[in-house]
Design a protein around this ligand. Structure first.
Ligand SMILES: Cc1cc2nc3c(=O)[nH]c(=O)nc-3n(C[C@H](O)[C@H](O)[C@H](O)COP(=O)(O)O)c2cc1C
Length: 208
């Protein structure tokens, strides 16, 4: 394996594993395109009694206890960022937002400027707010001075099968795990993130 063309951090929150599966696929896609990749969850901050009320949530919290957790250093390290959350009432989960709200210091020192950023999500119904969640995550990139990267329709899979140009997304309905359609879209998003991020990094290194 040659020298990585760029660094990518995939940051996600997941209550029951769907967004986590998309995050892994996105990370695989970025790695396959030459990026050095970190895939990291944000801390779970919900009260124990809320988690205990939902057996699937409690099961996932136990299962993911040893999964690596994102820090601000992982954001600073990355040339490209992919950020994912389940849809919660049409927007990102508060657990993700709480982590993103700790980036003020990085923002102040301009450490987020010119990073390439892209977003992904899972929700339970097709019109339950996939796009609004991705757009709300993208708002952070605008404020950070990052470069917002949509998924687009660059190939047949995105155009004819998965069909969400905002970002990889999965409609979980009755709790199903992400299918090949969604995982393939996430891999493509990771490849695209690595490709475009490597151009930005190479251009910066060549011209500065
Ligand atoms: C409090 C709460 C709010 C939710 N809001 C929405 C919503 O607005 N639209 C939707 O389609 N699904 C909604 N869902 C369902 C989740 O987005 C969906 O189950 C998702 O696939 C979970 O992803 P995860 O397995 O990564 O946690 C909500 C779930 C919870 C617990």
């Amino acid at each position: 394996m040659g020298k990585a063309t760029c660094t990518v951090t995939v940051i996600y929150y997941s209550s029951t594993g769907n967004v986590a599966a998309l995050a892994m696929a996105l990370g695989e896609g970025a790695a396959s395109a030459g990026a050095e990749v970190r895939v990291l969850r944000v801390p779970e901050i919900a009260p124990a009694e809320a988690i205990a009320y939902n057996p699937k949530w409690a099961e996932y919290v136990a299962k993911s206890a040893d999964d690596p957790v994102a820090t601000l250093a992982d954001i600073e390290w990355a040339d490209g960022l992919a950020i994912g959350s389940p849809t919660r009432f049409g927007g990102p989960a508060s657990q993700l937002k709480a982590f993103l709200d700790t980036t003020g210091g990085l923002w102040m020192k301009g450490a987020l400027v010119d990073k390439v950023g892209t977003a992904f999500t899972s929700c339970s119904t097709a019109h339950g707010g996939l796009e609004s969640t991705i757009l709300a995550i993208n708002n952070h990139f605008y404020h950070w001075g990052s470069i917002v990267l949509p998924l687009g329709y660059e190939n047949e899979h995105l155009l004819k099968v998965s069909g969400n140009p905002y970002g990889a997304s999965f409609v979980s309905r009755k709790g199903a795990a992400p299918d090949d359609t969604a995982l393939t879209a996430a891999r493509i998003q990771g490849e695209r993130l690595a490709r475009v991020t490597s151009w930005v990094r190479a251009g910066r290194e060549a011209l500065s």
